[in-house]
Ligand binder design. Structure first.
Ligand SMILES: Nc1nc2c(ncn2[C@@H]2O[C@H](COP(=O)(O)OP(=O)(O)OP(=O)(O)O)[C@@H](O)[C@H]2O)c(=O)[nH]1
Ligand SMILES: [Mg+2]
Length: 399
């Protein structure tokens, strides 16, 4: 279950895109921060982390200070990652630092009687970690650090440091939820300095807000930002989501074939063996959900091409390696679709034909820079076309 990256042991979150960004998973015996944009939803991601740890026999401790434990349980049920049974069978414990704010008692395992005093919060955290770590490996959620900052100001950060030391002592993993509400710079910086690993949950405002996950610090090392758009599929948890990859290229190059080979489900609007509207394919790959849009090759349909390219995050350019006379048309199509500035990979297709140019020859004839990845493909050969997709994903994630 645990993976070592050569320095510290890592514990997988179970969300493959996050584990990839974190080089294996969460830091064992350490704390990390989920830093969310105000429009992003950190709770569902953390529920998925917690649910995965509990499924593997771990013990959960969940501190709430801005919502009731019941609302966390309800949210988990909506996400189809129910936590209620784990609570019932003694694997999940809440620290209720919420009810007392309203003068209410709590039936939870741990109760903070005076949530307005950071030291009293600390005492209960220490007690919970010490008792629960005897039952198994503890995954601790603090929801939320920003509520504590709003109540106590900077003082809470000193307490957070104490909890980090406790985490090391009990070999627990502490996950702090923090929504970045335009705090003064000194507070934001103090928070960032407190953690050696930070997962950012950002929203990109396009037509609709898109949630993006990235890691800005991993075990003390700043990471150049790789942003992964994500979608919370209710039955499958969080998946990387690339809403549009354009597959373009000249007439008969093999676009439709490639989309169908890659996709778990695909539809094409064809007439007499040629595409007359578009191909649409859906792919699940490396923890991602990707939507492929294949274009029409014939020039008379170029007006559609101009509209299809919008909103794409990357492109696959398919050429028939036996038809170098069409290479200029291939480049023109990238421009017409408005995707020439996007990350793209060139598929030098029909490599099985005897008169196919080699990958090197295609590259030379097309006069493309060394930065562009080019893969020799056979439209029906899954291994070769998956390689195209892999390289494109790498490119999209590194930009
Ligand atoms: N030999 C060989 N034939 C291929 C390969 N890929 C596709 N084809 C064939 O080439 C023809 C055109 O393939 P399509 O996938 O329809 O090409 P397209 O780019 O979608 O074509 P349009 O939509 O008409 O522009 C079909 O007969 C395919 O079976 C390949 O790698 N090798
Ligand atoms: Mg086609």
């Amino acid at each position: 279950m645990f993976k070592s990256n050569g320095q510290t042991t890592k514990v997988p979150t179970g969300i493959s895109i996050v584990d990839t960004l974190l080089d294996g998973g969460m830091p064992n015996g350490d704390s990390f921060l989920i830093r969310a944009h105000p429009l992003a939803d950190p709770l569902s991601m953390v529920i998925e982390f917690l649910h995965n740890q509990l499924k593997n026999g771990g013990v959960g401790v969940f501190l709430v200070n801005n919502k009731s434990p019941a609302s966390v349980l309800e949210e988990s049920a909506i996400l189809k990652m129910g936590l209620r049974d784990f609570k019932r069978n003694g694997q999940l414990f809440f620290i209720d630092a919420y009810s007392a704010l309203f003068g209410l008692r709590s039936n939870e395992a741990y109760f903070v009687e005076d949530p307005n005093n950071p030291v009293s919060v600390s005492k209960v955290v220490a007690q919970a970690l010490s008792e629960c770590s005897k039952k198994g490996k503890v995954f601790f959620v603090y929801d939320s650090l920003n509520t504590s900052i709003d109540e106590f100001g900077n003082a809470i950060l000193a307490e957070a440091n104490t909890w980090k030391r406790i985490a090391i002592a009990f070999n627990a993993i502490l996950c702090f939820i923090y929504t970045e509400w335009n705090y003064p710079k000194d507070i934001s910086e103090a928070v960032a300095n407190l953690f050696s690993s930070i997962v950012d949950l950002i929203t990109l405002e396009r037509i609709v807000a898109t949630q993006v996950v990235t890691v800005s610090k991993n075990e003390g090392t700043p990471v150049s930002k790789r942003m992964v758009p994500i979608k919370n599929a209710v039955t499958g948890g969080i998946k990387g989501y690339v809403p549009k990859i354009l597959v373009t290229g000249p007439f008969h190059a093999g676009k439709t074939t490639l989309v169908h080979t890659l996709s778990t489900r695909a539809v094409s609007v064809q007439r007499m063996g040629t595409t007359v509207a578009l191909d649409f394919g859906h792919v699940n790959h490396r923890g991602f959900t990707l939507d492929l849009f294949g274009t029409v090759g014939q020039p008379r349909f170029d007006p559609i091409l101009e509209r299809l390219g919008g909103e794409a995050l990357g492109a696959i350019l398919v050429v028939d390696s036996t038809k170098p006379e069409e290479f200029p048309r291939a480049k023109e199509m990238m421009h017409k679709a408005g995707v020439h500035g996007l990350p793209y990979v060139l598929a030098a297709n029909k490599q099985d034909l005897p008169d196919a140019l080699s990958v090197e020859e295609v590259k030379k004839k097309m006069n493309i820079s060394d930065e562009v990845a080019i893969v020799g493909t056979v439209g029906t050969d899954k291994v070769s076309v998956v390689k195209v997709l892999d390289l494109l994903l790498d490119k999209i994630l590194s930009t």
